[in-house]
Each structure stands twice: as structure tokens, then as C-alpha cells.
Design a protein around this ligand. Structure first.
Ligand SMILES: [Zn+2]
Length: 165
């Protein structure tokens, strides 16, 4: 069973490579039919491959969609983590409005990724890689000589510092 988040990620990834004959917010069910057909050795007939993928075989395309949906899911989870961090911080500094209907979740995400809340790692001789997925990162050097890294794959943001004090 897939979670709601997984279904959304699969749906988005499938919709980037495949054109389905149905209209609708979710291609998840349709894409499950594609997988089912493929597993049973049948040619999926409820969709067409978008042009860049026209000549791909189904096995490669299904693997590609699976990888894409994993990346999307990592981004979703990171955003939820950032929102959670923002909520915890707001509860701690007493800025959380008691009227939760006015709660701005985008503001919570912004607050969650604030530099002060970022995870810190000690810089070593090896180049820093993402501690969540091991991929390469892009980084900028801050005035205090710390490095703010962003994972090129999953989007995880963290600080590399010379020492933690
Ligand atoms: Zn990563």
C-alpha cells in the first residue's frame, strides 16, 4: 500500500513521462494499470509515452518513473520536516497564533529552513555529501566562513562548520 504522499509523487512522476487518456488530478490508478500490464507481459494501452521517451522500452521507463517519484517524495518529506521545524520553533518562541485556521504553512517552511535551525556538520578533508542520500551538494560560503549546502538530489539543506561551539 502506498501512502497519500507516495501516491502524489508517483502521480507527478508518471504524468511527466506519460500522457494518459483520462483527465483528472491523479494518474496514480492509471499508472498502476500500466505496471500491472507490464508485469503481465502486456503492452500498456491507457497511455502514450511523451516524445523524449518515445523510444524507451517499458522497463527503462518504469525504472525512470520510479527514480523520479523517489526524488519528488524526498522533496515532499523535506518540506514537511521544514514545516514541522517551523511549527516547533513557533511553539517554542510563543509566536504560534491560537487561531490555527490562520496558520500559514508556507511561512512555517520558511521559518523551518532558517539558518539558525539548520543541522550542522563538521567540515572534513573529504568533500561534503548529503547525509540523507549521499549525493553531491551545491554550497555557498557565508561571511562567518561556514558553508551552506543544498543537496542536488533531495534538496536537504545543512551547514558545514569548522567546529561546533
Ligand atoms: Zn540528499
Amino acid at each position: 500500500m502506498h501512502t497519500t504522499l507516495e501516491k502524489r509523487a508517483i502521480s507527478l512522476a508518471a504524468g511527466n513521462s506519460l500522457c494518459f487518456e483520462i483527465e483528472g488530478p491523479s494518474f496514480y490508478e492509471e499508472y498502476m494499470k500500466v505496471i500491472n500490464d507490464f508485469d503481465n507481459g502486456k503492452e500498456p494501452e491507457n497511455c502514450n509515452k511523451y516524445q523524449p521517451f518515445e523510444n524507451w522500452n517499458w522497463e527503462d521507463l518504469i525504472n525512470h518513473i520510479s527514480n523520479e517519484s523517489d526524488f519528488i517524495l524526498m522533496h515532499f518529506k523535506q518540506l514537511l520536516e521544514d514545516a514541522k521545524t517551523g511549527l516547533i520553533k513557533s511553539a517554542t518562541d510563543c509566536t504560534l497564533d491560537s487561531d490555527l485556521t490562520t496558520l500559514c504553512m508556507q511561512g512555517m517552511v520558511d521559518k523551518g529552513i532558517n539558518k539558525d535551525d539548520l543541522d550542522k556538520y563538521i567540515m572534513g578533508d573529504e568533500p561534503m555529501t548529503c547525509s540523507k542520500c549521499g549525493s553531491r551538494t551545491d554550497f555557498e560560503i557565508k561571511p562567518d566562513c561556514s558553508q551552506k549546502h543544498e543537496c542536488l538530489k533531495c534538496g536537504y539543506i545543512f551547514l558545514a562548520v569548522e567546529n561546533i561551539d
